[in-house]
Ligand binder design. Structure first.
Ligand code: ADP
Ligand code: MG
Length: 361
């Protein structure tokens, strides 16, 4: 079954075709990063208009790639992100997907963006050769870390999601981006901080870092909304600690590498701590990592150690599938056919959709 997936939830206009949930036959991503760079963050109005401008070309290019790879094959369904994301951005992809599904006479499948990030480790560029499809590693612990989300998710079976921990304020990617803005490193901050920290760590190691707070919320805080404190994180204190440090110390350019490495380490250790706690609560068979921040080299290395200690594999995507893309939407749609037909054609965008949440269309 070949599913075409469309993704426009934030600042990437993306379309892909995936066979049977795992084999990527076409993948086109147009990133709007340069358009938002002057503003230091994503501007919804600009994102929406750029999606309108590019969506046709992106779909056509993906269809051409698919036709070249599989000349006699057909598209059997169209999948689209309907949440979470920016409402004016989501609407562009959803409407394009509805039009395409109607024109091709195939079902439309609504896909949850956060759940789709956790599908990325299962995507392959050729036919999948291994036996470790998503169903074979359940129950799994999912960790979705991106610009908009930081969620620890219990997957008892593939296609079932329950949030067991989360950030109480900023997402990990947001914490990276805000620090970079404060230090004048540009947007998006994550990749820049990662690069600077990598060079710093290679030379100086972990000794002598600034002890920034690791964002552990207190038990009983109302913002936990019933979730256990040991599985939640708060990055707002870390951000404030960085601001105070900068105001007090007035660091020069030469001090930036040590500061950003310390800041990154606080985020990485916070994420690692909560992941260890989640792994102690249930016997999981894998740790699945998804979202833009899963590109971070230190996140990958430290979570690799955490998983190894728990004697389970850490499943991560190839770098090209870590950020937003259509392949994760088309891939997960194969396993999640919950919203099809007329219900999907009535589907509206759901900007605040959570992992595990479903709508009736
Ligand atoms: P969303 O789906 O919420 O828009 P993405 O999955 O597109 O988020 O990820 C974008 C986020 O990932 C940004 O906040 C960016 O700074 C962060 N990011 C990308 N690469 C890295 C990296 N190497 N280290 C840390 N953060 C990163
Ligand atoms: Mg993005």
């Amino acid at each position: 079954m070949n599913i075409l997936g469309i993704e426009t939830s934030c600042d990437e206009t993306a379309c892909a075709v995936v066979k049977d949930g795992r084999e990527v036959l076409a993948n086109v991503v147009y990133t709007q990063i340069p358009l938002h760079q002057p503003y230091g963050g994503v501007v919804p109005e600009i994102a929406s208009r750029a999606h309108v401008e590019k969506i046709g070309e992106v779909i056509r290019t993906a269809m051409a790639e698919f036709a070249a790879k599989a000349p006699r094959a057909t598209i059997d369904a169209v999948a689209v992100t309907y949440g979470a994301g920016l409402s004016p951005a989501l609407i562009v992809g959803l409407n394009a997907a509805k039009g395409l599904a109607l024109a091709l006479g195939v079902p439309l499948i609504g896909v949850n963006h956060i759940e789709a990030h956790l599908h990325t480790p299962f995507l392959h560029d050729g036919p999948p050769t291994d036996e470790c499809g998503p169903e074979s590693v359940m129950p799994a612990l999912g960790l979705a870390i991106s610009g908009g989300h930081t969620n620890w998710i219990d997957l008892p079976a593939y296609g079932q999601y329950e949030i067991i921990g989360q950030t109480l304020d900023d997402a990990a990617g947001e914490a990276f981006d805000k620090a970079a803005k404060l230090l004048g490193l540009g947007y998006p901050g994550g990749p820049r901080i990662d690069k600077i920290a990598k060079a710093y760590l290679a030379e100086h190691g972990l000794a002598n870092l600034i002890p920034f707070p690791k964002g552990q919320p207190r038990e009983g805080v109302s913002a936990l909304a019933g979730l256990p404190a040991e599985l939640c994180v708060s990055f707002s204190g870390l951000k404030t600690a960085l601001l105070r440090y900068v105001q007090k110390e007035q660091p020069g350019a030469a001090d930036v590498p040590r500061i950003v490495t310390s800041y990154q380490e606080a985020i990485v250790q916070a994420v690692a701590d909560r992941t260890r706690a989640a792994l102690r609560r249930r016997a999981y068979r894998a740790l699945i990592l998804g979202g833009g921040v899963s590109l971070n080299s230190r996140v990958r290395a430290v979570l690799g150690e955490v998983a190894a200690r728990a004697k389970i594999p850490l499943l991560m995507a190839q770098p090209k599938y870590c950020g937003d893309n259509g392949a994760m939407i088309a891939g997960l749609a194969y396993y999640r056919r919950n919203l099809v037909g007329d219900a999907a054609l009535r589907l509206d965008v759901h900007p605040s959709l959570e992992a595990g949440e479903t709508v009736d269309g």
